[in-house]
Design a protein around this ligand. Structure first.
Ligand SMILES: Cc1ncc(COP(=O)(O)O)c(C=O)c1O
Length: 389
């Protein structure tokens, strides 16, 4: 029985998978079960931020596996303390909660926002609504699906969690009209990832922060996809010149081991007290060891300059392809608008020709490893050019 047959017999069919069995990887190159190699412009959806099996990352995770692989959160571990301290130094947030995924990080953010208002204004104030944006994506748990501003996700699993109001991205009038006394938070992605690689306008972001400051409403940035260097700064918020009360991270922050992080500022970092939140695996030592290796490297001198330089190079080369209508996104989070070809078909053809890519709505999406080489960029571009022709 082939791997794919065995897999399909036993694993739920929640994904439309491509016929690729990944066996190993090194740097930016993945190898399948048959020995075919692929240049990876997808990084496991922006997660293998240092590519496959980066030596420092792998050494850190393996050493941790040989020391302590897990312990209850009733105890402390040095690696969780070290990872938290490093994240605090790099992001400017002193306090955080560790979970295991983007959805969990966002659940934590939502709980903080609601309890912040509950504690301060009381239950009767009904200050529990959260504004999220049309076309956003915040996760697959019932509450983060409710938060997600796409009708296509609001099906089958009724009843959904109440209290989410959608505002059109970049529509200041819509925001002003809906931000009332029952709102406790505004939650957004600086660049909508799954929604099509759409950056928010600076003026819209400024308006969110202005209104929220006036009304004591918390700002929540979902940086699950944009965070950890993906956009060319450690957090995308740096490029907008704002600091949200809460920022969530996951995907690339631990280089491929599961982690979700909810960073909170001094205004709301004391909201969750013993008994109000938790996670068995949250802050797992292997995840923290991987995370510490990633964050140390991504924040090291010159690393993000390189990310920005490679982003510029890749974008310029993409824009020169005649079949490309435009290139959206920030840093190495790239959405390509194609003139005539269908993005899903191009993504499939890329795979067949040894290039891993992604789609986001109608765009071809690229999230290459942050340490991709110019040679691999050129190699990937050559494959893409051939297909688009
Ligand atoms: C912006 C954003 N938030 C949340 C999530 C959910 O993350 P996870 O799949 O780790 O739960 C995703 C995943 O694509 C995402 O892009």
């Amino acid at each position: 029985m082939s791997t794919i047959e065995k897999f399909n017999e036993h694993v739920m069919g929640t994904y439309g998978r491509y016929p690729l069995v990944m066996e190993k990887g090194e740097g930016r190159i993945a190898t399948d079960e048959d020995g075919k190699t692929y240049i990876d412009f997808g990084s496991g959806i922006g997660t293998n931020s240092l590519g496959y099996c980066d030596k420092d990352w792998a050494d850190a995770v393996c050493a941790q596996a040989r020391a302590v692989q897990h312990t209850s959160n009733y105890y402390y571990t040095k690696v969780q303390a070290d990872f938290a301290a490093k994240l605090a130094e790099v992001t400017g947030y002193d306090k955080m909660f560790f979970g295991n995924s983007g959805a969990e990080a966002n659940e934590c953010a939502i709980k903080i926002a609601r309890k912040y208002s509950f504690d301060k204004y009381g239950k009767d104030a009904k200050r529990y609504n959260i504004i999220t944006l049309v076309n956003s994506f915040h996760g697959r748990t019932l509450t983060t699906l409710s938060a997600t501003g796409q009708e296509v996700f609001h099906n089958y699993f009724f009843p959904f969690t109440e209290g989410f109001i959608n505002v059109e991205a970049n529509n200041i009038d819509d925001l002003r009209a809906k931000i009332d006394d029952n709102v406790c938070a505004v939650m957004f992605e600086f660049v909508q990832g799954e929604g099509g690689v759409n950056p928010l306008d600076k003026a819209f972001v400024d308006e969110i922060f202005k209104l929220c400051a006036e009304k004591d409403i918390l700002t929540i940035a979902d940086e699950v996809q944009t965070g950890a260097g993906r956009t060319g700064t450690f957090l995308a918020s740096e490029q907008y010149g704002v600091k949200p009360n809460i920022t969530t991270l996951a995907k690339g922050v631990a280089g491929g081991v599961p982690v979700g992080i909810c960073l909170a500022d001094e205004k709301c970092s004391g909201v969750l007290v013993p008994g109000t939140h938790g996670s068995t695996f949250g802050g797992n030592p292997l995840a923290c060891a991987g995370g510490l290796a990633v964050v140390s490297k991504v924040s090291s001198e010159g690393f993000l300059d390189e990310v920005r330089a490679k982003s510029e190079y890749l974008r310029k080369k993409l824009a020169e392809i005649p079949e490309v209508e435009g290139v959206d996104g920030l840093g190495l989070m790239i959405g390509i608008r194609l003139k005539t070809k269908n993005a899903a078909e191009v993504c499939k053809a890329c795979l067949e020709n040894g290039l891993l890519t992604l789609t986001a709505k109608t765009k071809l999406r690229l999230l290459p490893p942050l340490n991709i080489t110019y040679d691999d960029i050129d190699g990937g571009l050559e494959i893409l050019r051939g297909i688009l022709k």
